[in-house]
Design a protein around this ligand. Structure first.
Ligand code: HEC
Ligand code: HEC
Ligand code: HEC
Ligand code: HEC
Ligand code: HEC
Length: 216
């Protein structure tokens, strides 16, 4: 008489099943935690950076224009993070011994970029374009807040679909003259909506709310 009703490998499977169940449990927990991490949902996400670089000092106090460092922002989808060379233009001579700048000097010597941590990060299925906004009169401050007051950059707006659509439906209050695009404290000389309406008419702006505009 055959005692083995099931083939032998089933015994092994019975041993493995609880392990699989535990791994499955861990997977679910990781997913839930990941979904709650600020980088994917929250305003205020402020990762630690490898160098204590301050926008409040450089863009605020020293008044360096955003485009000196984020040089592609008017022409490309992405607003490039500056290469080490840009920092060294000044820091070869300014504070050239500062311990705070050690990673920058190391990067300059080795040619390996500084590993800045991303702050704003839309999900991969989205299309966003800086030049399409910056060249149509939407200033940095509308989407990034008062960067010139931030010691360490944080996410100021939700970057949710509702947030994008609110402005695409009613962009007037967020429009400004082209030469004020990087100004952080510019205010319109009259009622912002009336002012924006004129810019909108002049430039023939019509932000799209079609799904494929952002999902492509
Ligand atoms: C001297 C160079 C320099 C200037 C000037 C500068 N930035 Fe930056 N910016 C950086 C560097 C370096 C980083 C990456 C490190 C960090 O996040 O602080 C950065 C990061 C950022 C980020 C976050 C990027 C991300 O990872 O999501 C934003 C937004 C930003 N800058 C906006 C601005 C605005 C707006 C201005 C002008 C008011 C400006 N910056 C001026 C160098 C500069
Ligand atoms: C246009 C010139 C200029 C550029 C470009 C520049 N900085 Fe600076 N940076 C300064 C000045 C001026 C100071 C203030 C020095 C002082 O306090 O005496 C400073 C201070 C600093 C400090 C503080 C140093 C300390 O010891 O307190 C850090 C860190 C720093 N910069 C990082 C950077 C990084 C990173 C970049 C490139 C993304 C950069 N800087 C680009 C001019 C510049
Ligand atoms: C209409 C809103 C909007 C405006 C205006 C805007 N940004 Fe952004 N910015 C974003 C979004 C959204 C992201 C994240 C993009 C992504 O994840 O692909 C971002 C990302 C960045 C980054 C990180 C690098 C990158 O391109 O992903 C930098 C630096 C930055 N912005 C700087 C600026 C500067 C400087 C200005 C003004 C000259 C500006 N932004 C104007 C919405 C905006
Ligand atoms: C503060 C206002 C504002 C916000 C916020 C905003 N947009 Fe826009 N967007 C505009 C304006 C204005 C235009 C230009 C419309 C035109 O050219 O007629 C535009 C144009 C665009 C375009 C068209 C680019 C092209 O190639 O035609 C895309 C894509 C876009 N926005 C995506 C986004 C996404 C994604 C977000 C959110 C992450 C966003 N926008 C948030 C105002 C805004
Ligand atoms: C102006 C830009 C814009 C337009 C237009 C737009 N979306 Fe989105 N959509 C976004 C952004 C930004 C997100 C990501 C939000 C986030 O990160 O949670 C998103 C997320 C989504 C998601 C995923 C939700 C999630 O969190 O998983 C779906 C589904 C979606 N959009 C459907 C649509 C449909 C359908 C339309 C047309 C009726 C549309 N979108 C038009 C910007 C846009």
């Amino acid at each position: 008489m055959d005692r083995f009703v099931f083939p032998r490998w089933v015994n092994k499977l019975v041993l493995i099943l609880p392990i699989l169940a535990i791994l499955g449990g861990i997977y679910v927990v990781v997913l839930v935690v990941y979904a709650a991490v600020p980088s994917t949902t929250d305003v205020g996400y402020q990762p630690r950076q490898p160098v204590p670089y301050s926008h409040a000092l450089h863009a605020g106090k020293l008044g360096i224009d955003c485009r000196y460092c984020h040089s592609t922002v008017e022409y490309a989808a992405q607003a490039a993070i500056p290469p080490t060379q840009t920092c060294m233009n000044c820091h070869k001579s300014v504070r050239s011994e500062s311990p705070k700048l050690l990673p920058v000097r190391e990067s300059y010597a080795t040619g390996k970029p500084v590993e800045w941590v991303r702050v704003h990060d839309l999900p991969g299925f989205l299309y966003f374009n800086h030049s399409a906004h910056v060249r149509r009169g939407v200033g940095c401050v509308s989407c990034h807040g008062r960067i010139d007051r931030m010691e360490v950059v944080y996410q100021a707006k939700t970057l949710s679909m509702g947030w994008c659509l609110d402005c695409h439906r009613n962009p007037e209050a967020s429009l400004r003259p082209q030469d004020k695009i990087t100004s952080m404290d510019w205010t319109p000389p009259e009622d912002p909506v009336a002012f924006g309406k004129r810019i909108r008419a002049q430039e023939g702006l019509n932000p799209s709310t079609d799904c494929w505009t952002c999902h492509r």
